[in-house]
Design a protein around this ligand. Structure first.
Ligand SMILES: [Zn+2]
Length: 287
């Protein structure tokens, strides 16, 4: 059967059912997006109104979930410089953050004059299990991180957690968490291009590490993508990147490149091993 392509995103008849909709070939997600368009101006207004509410008696206006990667650093910059917030930056060090990411957190928070705390955790088991099965550890890892950060918010009586995610929750960038704490995906309404992000990063003492794939903080992601790719023949980021194409956040060309199997530098494997991660290389060339 001939492959039919969605005209709006990257899905094809191999990955989704493709429908005829108002004269176009589209996947279900794209049809939903056309029926209920994301109103980014409205989202922006909502976020700006929400964040401009004075939190007078609070030492910290919000938490910024800071991984040291490019997006969370840009979110921190916007929180501080655009919204004049005094954030508490919280980093969950799961034992496999690149040392450059920690250095970037240190340098950027010092440069901006904001406080920063690090939670020392150990996700070795999670990563070993996922990598050895060729599955993605990302969802669980970010759930665990969010749970840790929520606890700090609760403990410190801070009711806003800002993250660097670039896709909204459906049609809004603000999500209610447990017990009145709200999560704000600060980059979502602004739809900054990669170039615009790097222009912000240039103003900061932030250095880009070479980790394989597109990550700028995680030692595990490139390896996870590589192993998933070997097993299934495509990237586990396919849906997310496809959504970015749907919302016009990334060009088709860049998206296709982002979905290629990453080339992970040998040093990343060595560093993972040094930190205690045992990856089973059975059946691979390297041993
Ligand atoms: Zn589509």
């Amino acid at each position: 059967m001939e492959e039919v392509k969605c005209e709006m995103c990257l899905h094809t008849s191999k990955t989704r059912k493709i429908y005829d909709y108002e004269g176009k070939k589209l996947c279900k997600e794209c049809i939903v997006t056309l029926k209920y368009p994301r109103d980014f101006e409205k989202m922006k207004k909502e976020v700006e109104e929400f964040l401009s509410k004075k939190r007078i008696n609070k030492r910290y206006h919000c938490i910024v979930a800071l991984s040291g990667g490019k997006d969370s650093v840009v979110a921190l910059y916007l929180a501080k410089e655009k919204f004049n917030l005094n954030p508490l930056c919280v980093t969950v060090d799961n034992k496999y953050l690149a040392k450059e990411a920690i250095e970037n957190c240190y340098n950027v928070t010092r440069h901006l004059g904001v406080d920063w705390i690090v939670l020392q955790r150990d996700y070795t088991k999670l990563f070993e299990e996922a990598l050895n099965k060729g599955e993605s550890p990302c969802r669980k890892c970010s759930e665990w991180n969010m749970r840790e950060i929520w606890r700090i918010a609760k403990l410190m009586d801070i009711d806003v957690i800002i993250t660097g995610h670039e896709l909204p929750f459906g049609t809004t960038a603000i999500r209610e968490m447990k017990e009145g704490i709200k999560m704000v995906r600060l980059l979502a309404p602004y739809r900054l291009t990669e170039e615009e992000r790097y222009n912000i990063l240039k103003k900061l003492p932030w250095k880009k590490p070479n980790l394989g794939g597109y990550t700028t903080n995680c030692l595990v992601l490139g390896v996870a993508l590589e192993r998933f790719y070997k097993k299934y023949g495509f990237s586990f980021e396919f849906d997310r990147i496809s959504a970015m194409v749907r919302f016009g956040l990334i060009s088709r060309e860049k998206a296709m490149k982002a979905l290629e199997c990453p080339k992970v530098p040998k040093e990343v494997y060595e560093e993972l091993k040094r930190r205690g991660l045992k990856i089973n290389f059975e059946g691979d060339d390297e041993s």
